[in-house]
Design a protein around this ligand. Sequence first.
Ligand code: DAH
Length: 347
Amino acid sequence: MALLDELEVLRTAALNDFGAAHAPELLEQARVEYLGRSGKLKVLMARIREEPPAGKKQAGQRLNAVKAELERIWEERKLALAAAVRAAAPLFDPSLPGLTQDRGSLHPLTQAMDNFTGIFERLGFTIRYGPEIEDVFHNFDALNMPDDHPVRDQADTFVLDSRSILRSQTSTVQIRVMEEHVREYGGGADMPPIRIVSPGRTYRPDAVDATHHYSFSQIEGLAVDKKVAFSDLKGFLALFARETFGPDTATRFRPSFFPFTEPSAELDISCVFCRGGGCRVCKQGGWVEIGGCGMVDPNVFRAVGIDGELFTGFAFGFGIERLAMFMLGIDDIRRFTENDLRFLGQF
Ligand code: DAH
């Protein structure tokens, strides 16, 4: 048969097959058969060489025209089939992954805080909160830091107005709780004991770096009773350290000074990273400091109206970020406030 006649037969067959293909796979089969790299159209095209010179041009034009037409029809058919497939798909596809409900989690600082307060609650302490905007009396005066105390310098505290500051320590809550207690029971022989911990934010205009922030959290503790001794303080805090950092955590009390405690101590624990062997975190010393503590100063009892002849007490204050960094292995205090979900999602 002449080339052009064969081409017309092929064209009719191809159009038939494209039209009859009622699924994308069948249409693809037909495309390969007619338009594929070694398909029927290619075979005819190769035969142009055999045409007499006079017919070559005409044969070439017709072949190209048929090829373009078939490609166009095939494309239309493909789109129509895809649309039909989409239309026929069920609205609910049980094979698709389900819609998951993202679960939030508590901020690592909140987790650490809950952990610490939980330990003290089990030891009979009550959780009490105090205001972050404080007055000078509760932040300084009542804590035996008189007017001329260097820490009262404006450069060391956020001053809001002549009467209000942002609290620079949670020790303010000791004062508020003792005042309330004395209002209710009086500060004399009939006063029931006090055992509280107070977690919360504190503020100091410090330059921010990996271990300092202008806003950080503390947990304050206070126990007042007849015959509370320094050995009680040591016992409670050693237990706290073991509960938080593991049963073989050692504690060390170094003599120190705080205006509101006498005697005062700094509490160290054996380094949680090297277990006392010496590393970068403990600067090879084997110990890390976690906070201050001591026996309530008689001047503090006087300021709130508790009889310091009948009662004694211990107090302590720890930085929560610092404890949480040790506990969770976090290397930079700024992580807590950057709100980076890649960080927060790990806890
Ligand atoms: N308030 C102290 C500070 O911010 C920490 C502290 C030390 C609290 C000794 C206490 C304490 O209750 O007894 O540095």
